[in-house]
Write a protein that binds this ligand. Sequence first.
Ligand SMILES: [Zn+2]
Ligand SMILES: [Zn+2]
Length: 189
Amino acid sequence: MAAGSRKKFALDLNDIIAFPDAAHMPVFPPTERESWILLMEITANESITRPVYAVRDTTRTQFVVALYTPNPQRDARQFEIGHTLCITSARPHQFLDGQTGFRIEDSSSIQVLPVSLARLWEINAGLRARSDGGDLLKCNVCDSPSSMGCGACKSRYCSRECQRSDWPQHKRACVALKALHRWNRTDWG
Ligand SMILES: [Zn+2]
Ligand SMILES: [Zn+2]
């Protein structure tokens, strides 16, 4: 999949190569130039001692995610029901009790975005619409020309007033926007 750029946002979250559902993940481990991201919504906390969460993928199939990272309790702090878990180059794991899911050993392979799967798709569609309309580099609020951006996600604002008025909704979206822009520039191999 051709990567987008700073000026062109063309990320397709329905691209099954870059964002496979759990049933369509590559069978082989990734080569050095390849990666994919599994997007799942956290639906329940099933931790007893070790952090274990129920999640569902984009086809609404349920899975289990268990944290076996060096510091699982710390990594579990970002897990919240209704938020989106991203696992880079995820590969399924068969647990001893027969459940299928994901055993996370490397904390750098996971990120939780503080938005639902549905909201992530909405935010992505919004970015694509702004890009198609030639508005990606204009102020997020009033579409004026702007050269300044949010330091984290690069959303543009023409003035302090516009940035401030957008903050209540931007606060949560920012982390997701940042991830989407990063994925937009990624060549998935
Ligand atoms: Zn503005
Ligand atoms: Zn931001």
